[in-house]
Design a protein around this ligand. Structure first.
Ligand code: 5GP
Ligand code: MG
Length: 179
């Protein structure tokens, strides 16, 4: 596995190797397997970054589970905050009465989820839990309850394992930190 990689104009060094990633994912999968016996949870991956973690995590589960993905977009709107979140690919009928596990690649400020969770609650799921592979505790600005956490990292930009820098880096098998 390469120790350093370049994406566009920036250089990155290996920060979390593939073996550590897979062990972390397996540990999360084991907890979810224990917690959701007979509940057939619906994994809800937030695109684009979570697609790699979601695929790996789902394959560690030893219970029935389903998966959906949602793409969140923001645009200038007319409400007071000036920002609305649009949910592409999500309908109430998919969410209602389901045990949801939201799958995120990384939680940074928490803004994305702080805006998305109330919208999701309106769709009347049976329960909502959060699973994120990475968390930047120093950057977090919202009191989010994270049920399944992979690895806490410092407040530095990372790529790999689904995460990109302007489109590049998502396919890297390790997580790389900006140098
Ligand atoms: P939040 O809304 O929690 O601030 O940020 C969530 C999104 O910001 C993540 O899903 C991800 O797309 C992006 N993000 C935050 N930190 C990083 C990072 O270090 N690297 C990359 N590639 N994306 C990040
Ligand atoms: Mg994301």
């Amino acid at each position: 596995m390469a120790q350093t990689v370049k994406a566009h104009d920036l250089n990155f060094e290996l920060f979390i190797n593939e073996q550590t990633i897979q062990k972390t994912v397996a540990d999360i999968g084991e907890k979810i397997t224990q917690d959701y016996q007979n509940k057939k949870p619906l994994l809800l991956g937030i695109l684009n970054g979570s697609f790699v973690f979601a695929a790996d995590l789902m394959r560690t589960l030893e219970i029935d589970a389903e998966i959906e993905f949602v793409k969140l977009t923001s645009y200038e709107g007319l409400n007071s905050s000036g920002i609305l979140r649009e949910m592409i690919g999500l309908e109430e009928s998919k969410i209602e009465n389901r045990h949801l596990i939201i799958i995120e690649d990384i939680i940074d400020t928490g803004n994305t989820l702080a805006r998305f969770l109330p919208e999701l609650e309106k769709m009347n799921p049976a329960s909502i839990a959060l699973a994120t592979f990475l968390l930047k505790p120093e950057a977090l600005q919202h009191p989010l309850k994270i049920s399944y956490l992979g690895i806490k990292i410092p407040n530095k930009f990372v790529i790999g394992y689904g995460l990109d820098y302007n489109g590049l880096g998502r396919g890297l098998r390790g997580i790389y930190q900006i140098i």
